[in-house]
Design a protein around this ligand. Structure first.
Ligand code: SD4
Length: 335
């Protein structure tokens, strides 16, 4: 018979085994020849400089969570970058509203959406995770929380952004263009990129991710995309891997894209195949819409293997590990 004493003994052993197993698994992986970490990967060309910053933490044996926060703060601070952070393009009413989220190896997560006047939304998201009982704060509540935490309230609309917005107002036509920055020659914008999604595995084999954006330029006031939504723009499961997305957020949200990619990896898909399958789901649901838009996924598994897939060509991602700090890879695409 299963008596109470025995049960307590067994469950205590089980508990300590569970506590042990996480680090034990990580250490075992760290020792195997094919384990490729520490490593950090992120979306688009500007991922190179963001990864370099994250690497400073990873190479010292620091935590992946600290690495991804530090990494994505680079494009958030870049005044030439009009798709992420402080110099992001405004919505159609002239408000710069930012979205960001972060997720750690324990499944903790934090997020802010449509936050205004704060240059580093990813750091606010981290504090939502660490200092509140909530996962997500939006709009004025998010700004209020940030100010309470000591963030500086600033005017984010730059002269270039304002000029681009006024130009847009002449036609006021909202039609997200595929890899928009590359094609439209928007004044002041030198990059071909959008949202930054970053995934890292630290030397202990633990994963974290972050995602930050100003969202689709000239969106409706109050519009929130996939980037701050856990499961859509970002998902991390320390047993399996992590995924992040870029592109038209509405289609990613409809398919809970990043969660889907991680679940596919759990079933045995490689990171690239998992991203491809998620892209195919988006296309299958709305084939006509999909032809007109870009969505890309980037993923990494627990072993440090990575891959990406997008609807359209032109999606790039950056990889940084002990061997290479500035590797840029062209993501495969359906079209
Ligand atoms: C959004 N996914 O707000 C973001 C923006 C983006 O390419 O990544 N654009 O929908």
């Amino acid at each position: 018979m299963y008596n109470r004493r025995k049960f307590i003994k067994v469950s205590a052993a089980g508990a300590s085994l569970a506590a042990l197993s996480r680090s034990a698994v990580a250490e075992t992986l760290a020792q195997t020849a094919d384990a490729k970490f520490p490593i950090v990967i992120s979306t688009w060309d500007f991922g190179i400089v963001a990864n370099k910053e994250a690497w400073k933490t990873l190479e010292k044996g620091g935590r992946a969570l600290d690495a991804v926060e530090a990494g994505v703060k680079i494009p958030e601070a870049d005044m030439k970058n009009h798709t992420v952070g402080r110099a992001g393009y405004p919505d159609r009413d002239g408000h710069v509203t930012l979205d960001a989220c972060i997720m750690d190896d324990f499944g903790n997560c934090g997020s802010v959406a449509a936050i205004e006047h704060i240059a580093h939304p990813v750091s606010v998201a981290r504090l939502v995770m660490e200092k509140t009982p909530h996962v997500m704060l939006v709009g004025e509540g998010a700004t209020q929380f940030a100010v309470e935490q000591g963030f500086k309230k600033e005017k984010l609309l730059t002269p270039e952004s304002e000029k681009a917005w006024k130009e847009w107002l002449k036609t006021a036509k909202y039609s997200p263009v595929i890899n928009i920055e590359n094609k439209q020659g928007i004044p002041g914008n030198q990059y071909n990129h959008d949202t930054i999604g970053m995934l890292a595995i630290d030397a202990k084999g633990n994963l974290s991710g972050a995602c930050t954006t100003s969202g689709m330029a000239f969106k409706m006031h109050g519009r929130v995309g996939d980037s701050p939504i856990i499961g859509a723009g970002l998902y991390v499961d320390n047993e399996v891997g992590g995924a992040t997305s870029t592109g038209v957020g509405e289609e990613v949200i409809r398919n809970v894209g990043s969660f889907l990619v991680v679940e596919l990896m759990r079933q045995g898909y490689s990171p690239e195949d998992a991203c491809k399958e998620a892209v195919k789901r988006i296309i299958k649901k709305k084939p006509e819409t999909a032809k007109q838009i870009q969505v890309g996924f980037l993923a990494i598994n627990k072993k440090g293997e990575y891959g990406a897939y997008a609807i359209q060509s032109g999606f790039s991602f950056a990889v940084c590990n002990a061997e290479q700090q500035d590797l840029l890879i062209k993501g495969k695409s359906i079209y």
